[in-house]
Design a protein around this ligand. Structure first.
Ligand SMILES: C[S@@+](CC[C@H](N)C(=O)[O-])C[C@H]1O[C@@H](n2cnc3c(N)ncnc32)[C@H](O)[C@@H]1O
Length: 249
């Protein structure tokens, strides 16, 4: 996400300090202490300006809702939205999805949300996609068996590609749709989703459920965040790896 530098970021962050988890590694294995009565722990990756984050946390007060975002200029808007709603069940990590195993212990997360992640259309950058097999295997290390990944994107090629990645990483696909809002708006929209929906772009969605496996798929550690950050944008382009469309369910 390219963003203009937000003015007064420091003072705004200070005003939202109660939402920010400064040292996420120190909460590894202990996240539930932030909300001991939580029925579940849900984690959103790349929350951006947080329309989805704030609405989901508000609609699910029994859930401990966590959001990881690597651009503070976007995350501050999300935090201010949560502050405006007076939410107490949501916390933010200024961090990178590639580091999730440093932040969370095995089985600590019940559900992950990946919404409108950067598509990285060039094959050269495929490993940076948050739905690349290596990322999906990384998430296995923090998700419970039976835990789910809820994935939405406007990008057709990224979606088709991702449908092949989920099974490779030991997830069972369900709720596959290539036009989520065909018969009216479904569920909570993100900022990007609203924009694309209003432009008439169909929204793709699926759920991947973590299967218990006899043998875990081999984990290939993800390159550090600095490599991922370099030259990030949202370019249009073609994908050529594994994009044959599977059947809808
Ligand atoms: C295209 S925006 C979508 C934002 C929001 N999910 C929405 O749908 O409106 C992608 C967001 O993911 C964040 N992001 C991308 N890669 C990330 C990573 N590896 N770890 C954490 N955040 C990431 C970007 O900074 C950006 O805010």
């Amino acid at each position: 996400m390219r963003m203009r530098k937000k003015p007064n970021l420091g003072p705004r962050m200070e005003r939202c300090a109660r939402f920010l988890v400064d040292m996420p590694g120190e909460h590894r294995g202990r996240w539930r202490e932030l909300k001991p009565d939580a029925q579940a722990v849900w984690l959103e990756l790349g929350c951006g300006k947080g329309r989805f984050t704030a609405e989901m946390a508000e609609q699910n007060p029994d859930v401990l809702y966590l959001a990881v975002e690597r651009v503070p200029d976007a995350m501050i808007v999300a935090m201010e939205r949560c502050a405006a709603k007076g939410l107490t069940n949501v916390f933010f990590v200024d961090g990178d999805a590639a580091q999730l195993r440093d932040y969370f212990a095995p089985d600590e997360v019940d559900r992950l949300f990946i919404n409108f992640c950067d598509p990285w259309p060039s094959n050269r950058h495929a490993k940076r996609r948050l739905t690349h097999r290596d990322f999906l295997v990384l998430y296995r290390g923090i998700l419970k068996d039976g835990g789910q990944i809820h994935f939405k994107t406007d990008n057709h090629d990224l979606f088709e590609y991702s449908l092949f990645q989920f099974p490779k990483a030991g997830y069972v696909l369900s709720e596959v749709t290539r036009n989520l809002h065909e018969h009216g708006v479904q569920g909570v929209m993100t900022d990007y989703e609203e924009k694309f929906h209003l432009l008439g772009t169909p929204i793709n969605r699926c759920v991947g459920t973590k299967e218990r496996l006899e043998r875990e798929p081999e984990f290939h550690p993800i390159p550090g965040p600095d490599l991922h950050r370099a030259g990030e944008n949202r370019p249009a382009g073609e994908m050529t790896e594994d994009t044959t469309p599977p059947e809808e369910t």
